[in-house]
Design a protein around this ligand. Structure first.
Ligand code: GUN
Length: 299
């Protein structure tokens, strides 16, 4: 029987722990956890993501601030906002939603966020801590942290002897995911669009993580029978069978067939997706504890 890994249940348990930790911190120190989310421009998908992040922060009992800036915002204005949030003692986490409009230099903005407030885990200090095996003092990118929590729910903490293949090499996901798996003792391959015979590389995986951004690209023949499959893709495709103009969400894995050979698999939606926001809340409450000189909760 295939285990369908329920990201909604896992995310709800992270959120419950975050609420408890935030309430405890506030009761003991008077510090209310603060998250500032910044969005530039009017991409509807980005607005939907950001609104759910702000809403969840409120639900967690945080001081939740959202800055919505017009598409023509200048580099100086955005940098000025980040600089003021860096100084703001009521803010423990800063998230600048990506992608930014093309005229803006995203990397300069991300690197200007104080590492202690970089709840996306994208600052070189946080990326470097993860790369050198320091999982205790930095902040880890939310989607890989959430995907790793789902991997642990199947395999436990120690992945010794297991082959893991991550398809995708982005700074936001593929690289940190590979490092988390390596840190848990898996034997890790990072594959990508230039990999020769991707299918046979993928077939070597006991844990296959797909983050290619292409609907249902990973076919059943790419999956080793009994593997754990983590699907990070969220792709909207036309669904004329649901009526004219309708669409639906699919992952990067051809789920229906893949779920017949995998031992465990994440669905889309309802797998990795809900974990991203939950881990953002977790990172924010961790950052608030550190600022207050308290031992942060573990997730
Ligand atoms: N855009 C899509 N995913 C993310 C994310 O995890 N963080 C940020 N900042 N932007 C994103």
């Amino acid at each position: 029987m295939t285990t369908v890994i329920d990201g909604k249940v896992a995310a709800a348990s992270v959120i419950a722990a975050v609420k408890g930790a935030a309430a405890g911190l506030e009761a003991e120190t008077g510090v209310k956890t603060g998250l500032a989310v910044v969005i530039v421009g009017d991409d509807p998908a980005s607005h939907a993501y950001v609104n759910s992040k702000s809403k969840m922060a409120k639900e967690c009992g945080f001081n939740s601030i959202q800055h919505t800036l017009p598409a023509e915002t200048t580099q100086e204005t955005l940098a000025g906002l980040v600089a003021s949030l860096n100084e703001d003692l009521s803010i423990h986490g800063i998230l600048v939603q990506l992608p930014l409009p093309k005229h803006l230099d995203s990397d300069a903005i991300i690197q200007s966020i104080r590492p202690e407030k970089d709840v996306d885990g994208l600052h070189v200090v946080n990326a470097g801590k993860l790369a050198t095996g320091d999982l205790e003092t930095g902040l880890i990118s939310c989607t890989p942290a959430g995907a790793m929590l789902l991997v642990r729910s199947i395999h436990g903490e120690d992945l010794s002897g297991l082959n893991a293949v991550v398809i995708g090499r982005s700074n936001l996901f593929g690289k940190p995911m590979a490092q988390l798996l390596l840190n848990a003792n898996a034997t890790v391959t990072t594959a990508h669009s230039r990999t020769k015979d991707l299918a046979s590389v993928a077939r070597g995986a006991d844990i296959l993580v797909a983050a290619v951004g292409r609907p249902e690209m990973v076919k059943v023949g790419w999956i080793k029978p009994g593997a754990t499959v983590i699907d990070v893709g969220i792709n909207r495709i036309d669904a004329p069978e649901r009526g004219e103009g309708k669409s639906r969400l699919v992952g990067d894995v051809a789920y229906a067939q893949a779920s017949e050979v995998a031992k465990a698999i994440t669905p889309v939606p309802g797998g990795v997706g809900p974990m991203t926001i939950a881990m953002l809340m977790a990172n924010t409450v961790i950052a608030a504890h550190r600022t207050a000189g308290r031992k942060p909760p573990k997730f």
